[in-house]
Design a protein. Structure first.
Length: 153
């Protein structure tokens, strides 16, 4: 946009940024002067400028509440709480409340006891017991076959 050919910035997307920069007070003084002359004669740009000025004034007047120092931590905790099922939250709270330090030495001693004194293996069955059980099963099988009237020789 030059001073000799004042094109309306609202007619072109490239030049519309000029009005926004003007509202933000970030234009250089030469462009600001040219744009002020255009705004004085262009009703569309003047209306746009007034609406943008209302927005900027509202933002300037907005009272921001200070953010607490632990805002991020509490926000992330709320997100974690929302993503967990209700029972998982209760279980996690219960688990965190338990003091595990006193139980650790007892658990270590129990583990060492299991390693040092393992359970003795089951004693092997005597050979006669195994032979007697096999003979009994064989006789039961023969009896069953005889009931079917099969010839067994």
């Amino acid at each position: 946009m030059t001073e000799h050919t004042p094109h309306c910035p609202l007619q072109s997307e490239q030049h519309a940024q000029l009005l926004l920069s003007y509202c933000a007070r970030s234009l250089d003084p030469a462009r600001t002067a040219i744009l002020q002359r255009h705004i004085a004669v262009c009703p569309e740009c003047h209306s746009f400028l007034e609406s943008q000025q209302l927005v900027w004034d509202a933002l300037d007047d907005w009272n921001r509440t200070p953010v607490s120092p632990n805002f991020d931590a509490s926000l992330y905790q709320r997100i974690r709480d929302e993503n967990q099922p209700e029972w998982a939250g209760r279980a996690a709270h219960w688990y965190a409340a338990i003091a595990w330090k006193p139980a650790l030495p007892a658990a270590a001693i129990f583990a060492l006891w299991l390693i040092a004194y393992p359970a003795p293996p089951d004693p092997p069955l005597p050979q006669e017991t195994v032979a007697a059980e096999q003979m009994e099963r064989t006789l039961e099988d023969l009896d069953m076959l005889q009931q079917l009237h099969l010839d067994v020789r």
